[in-house]
Ligand binder design. Structure first.
Ligand code: GDP
Ligand code: ZN
Length: 447
C-alpha cells in the first residue's frame, strides 16, 4: 500500500535542550530538502537552517538522513534536531504538515518498523515499556528486551521445536515403519529438555512482568490494628479511610506507590474477623482472595501492651488463616503507645503508623524482600507473553505425554506444532491484526 509520510516529535515534550522531529515515509527526502536543503550522506549529521515556507529561519540544528530499508522503520527516515522549545517544535511540525506529511499515530513508527520486518514484537513492546518504565530495574530489563534477548531466547526454543517436528514428520511421511521405541525415547528426552528451558524462560519473563507492573503487597490484620493507617503512611497521603470504628475498610483498597523507584501495588483489606454484617463478610472474602494472589503479606498487629489478650490470641488464629506459601512480614504497630523501640524486632518490624517511627526500616525491608533488580537475567515481559509461554508449556506437556505413552508420532507432532504456534505469538511471527492494533495503540506518539 502507498504509505503516507508521517512525522512527530520524538523527544518528551517540554524537556531537554534539544528536540527531535522524526519523519518517515516515501516523501521524506523531498520534504527534508524543502526544509533543510541538500541531504547529508546517509547516517551522517549535518548542520542546517530549518526554513519556513517564506524562506524564513524557523530554527537551526542537525539533520540526519537514513534511507530505507536500513532505517528504524525500514522506510526513508529523516531526523531534525532543533533547539526544542515547544513553540519552535510546533512551528517545524506545522511546516512539515504543510509539505504533505501527516502527524503520526501513537506507535505508528514502531508499527511500520514491525511491518517492514525491522523489529519483532517483543522489541516493539520493549520500546513502549522503556518509555513508561517505573524504575531503573524495569528500564534495564526493557533495554535487554530491546536488544532482542527475549526474542532470541524464544526463537531458539522455536528452532529446536522445528527441528524436532521435522525429525518426527519426516518419520511419518517417509518411513515404512513407525518410529521405534528407541527413536521415541530420544524424542521424549528432547521434549523434556525443551520443557526445562521453557520453564526457565518463563521464570525470567515473570520477573520482568513483576518489575513492569509492580509487586503486590496485601496489608492484613484484625480490625483496628492500623492497616489503613499503615497504607497511608507508606503512600504518604490519605489513600485509605482511617476511623476508630472497627470494620470501616470494607472493601479492598488499591494504592500504587514507589519505594525508591520500585513500583508497588499495596492493597488494604477489610479486617479479618468472624461475623459482622453481610457487607463486611463480603469484604473479608475479598481480603482472602487478594491475599492468595499477593507477592507478600504485611500482617499488622497491635503492640502487646496496646492490644488486649483477645487480640494476641486473635493474631495466632489469623496467621493460621493466611494462604500458605506467600511470604509474610509481621508489622508491630502503635509502638508510640508502648514506647517500644522502632525498627527491627526479631522477625518483625516495629512501627508507629501514626508518628512514622520505623517506617523507613519497613520500606528498606520491603525493598530488600521484593527487589528483583539484581537478577541480570530478567526480561521485560507482559501478561500476554506469560500466557503464550504457559500455553506453549501445556502443549509441550501434551507432546511429552503422547510420546511417553507411544500414542503415535502424529499426536506428538500436532502438540509440538501447537507449542510452536504459541511461542510464535510472542515475537509476532504468528499474529493477528487485532493483536497488533492493541499492542501498538499503547505507544506514545513519536515512537
Ligand atoms: P484498620 O482497621 O486496621 O485499618 O485500622 P485503622 O488504620 O483504621 O486504625 C484504627 C485506629 O488506630 C485509628 O484510630 C488510628 O488512628 C489508630 N492508629 C493506627 N495506627 C496507630 C499508631 O501507630 N499509633 C496510635 N496511637 N494509633 C494508631
Ligand atoms: Zn482499615
Amino acid at each position: 500500500m502507498p504509505e503516507a509520510t508521517i512525522c512527530a516529535v520524538a523527544t518528551p515534550s517540554g524537556r531537554g535542550g534539544i528536540g527531535v522531529i522524526r519523519v518517515s515515509g516515501p516523501q521524506t527526502a523531498e520534504i527534508a530538502r524543502a526544509v533543510a536543503g541538500p541531504l547529508p550522506p546517509a547516517r551522517e549529521a549535518a548542520w542546517r537552517r530549518f526554513r519556513g515556507a517564506e524562506g524564513e529561519t524557523l530554527d537551526e540544528g542537525l539533520i540526519l538522513w537514513f534511507p530505507g530499508p536500513g532505517s528504524f522503520t525500514g522506510e526513508d527516515v529523516a531526523e531534525l534536531q532543533g533547539h526544542g522549545g515547544p513553540i519552535v517544535m510546533d512551528r517545524l511540525l506545522q511546516r512539515l504538515l504543510g509539505l504533505g506529511a501527516r502527524l503520526a499515530e501513537p506507535g505508528e513508527f514502531s508499527q511500520r518498523a514491525f511491518l517492514n520486518g525491522r523489529m519483532d514484537l517483543t522489541r516493539a513492546e520493549a520500546i513502549a515499556d522503556l518509555i513508561e518504565a517505573g524504575s531503573e530495574a524495569a528500564a534495564r530489563a526493557a533495554v535487554r528486551s530491546l536488544r532482542g534477548e527475549f526474542a532470541r531466547t524464544v526463537d531458539q526454543l522455536v528452532e529446536r521445536l522445528t527441528g524436532l517436528r521435522v525429525h518426527l514428520e519426516a518419520g511419518i511421511d517417509f518411513a515404512e515403519e513407525p518410529l521405534d521405541g528407541l527413536a521415541l525415547d530420544d524424542v521424549t528426552h528432547r521434549i523434556t529438555a525443551l520443557e526445562g528451558d521453557l520453564a526457565e524462560t518463563r521464570r525470567r519473563a515473570a520477573q520482568g512482568q513483576q518489575l513492569q507492573e509492580g509487586l503486590t503487597v496485601v496489608i492484613a490484620g484484625r480490625p483496628n490494628a492500623g492497616k489503613s493507617s499503615l497504607l497511608n503512611a507508606l503512600a504518604g497521603r490519605d489513600a485509605a479511610i482511617v476511623t476508630e470504628l472497627a470494620g470501616t475498610t470494607r472493601d479492598v483498597l488499591d494504592a500504587h506507590l514507589h519505594i525508591d523507584g520500585m513500583p508497588l501495588r499495596v492493597l488494604d483489606t477489610a479486617g479479618l474477623r468472624e461475623g459482622g454484617d453481610v457487607v463486611e463478610q463480603e469484604g473479608v472474602r475479598r481480603a482472602r482472595q487478594a491475599m492468595a494472589a499477593a507477592d507478600r503479606i504485611l500482617l499488622v498487629v497491635e503492640d502487646a501492651a496496646g492490644g488486649d489478650a483477645d487480640d494476641q490470641s486473635g493474631v495466632a488464629s489469623i496467621e493460621r488463616e493466611l494462604p500458605p506459601g506467600i511470604p509474610m512480614t509481621r508489622v508491630i504497630n502503635k509502638i508510640d503507645l508502648t514506647q517500644r523501640p522502632a525498627g527491627l524486632a526479631g522477625e518483625a518490624v516495629a512501627v508507629s503508623a501514626l508518628t512514622g517511627a520505623g517506617m523507613d526500616t519497613l520500606r528498606d525491608h520491603l525493598r530488600g524482600r521484593l527487589d528483583v533488580s539484581d537478577s541480570e537475567a530478567v526480561f521485560i515481559a507482559r501478561r500476554r507473553h506469560l500466557q503464550s509461554l504457559d500455553q506453549a508449556g501445556a502443549a509441550l506437556a501434551e507432546a511429552h505425554a503422547a510420546a511417553a505413552d507411544e500414542l503415535g508420532e502424529e499426536l506428538v507432532a500436532e502438540s509440538l506444532r501447537q507449542a510452536q504456534q504459541h511461542l510464535g505469538e510472542i515475537t509476532g511471527t504468528v499474529t493477528t491484526e487485532d493483536l497488533l492494533g492493541r499492542i501498538f495503540s499503547t505507544f506514545c506518539i513519536g515512537k
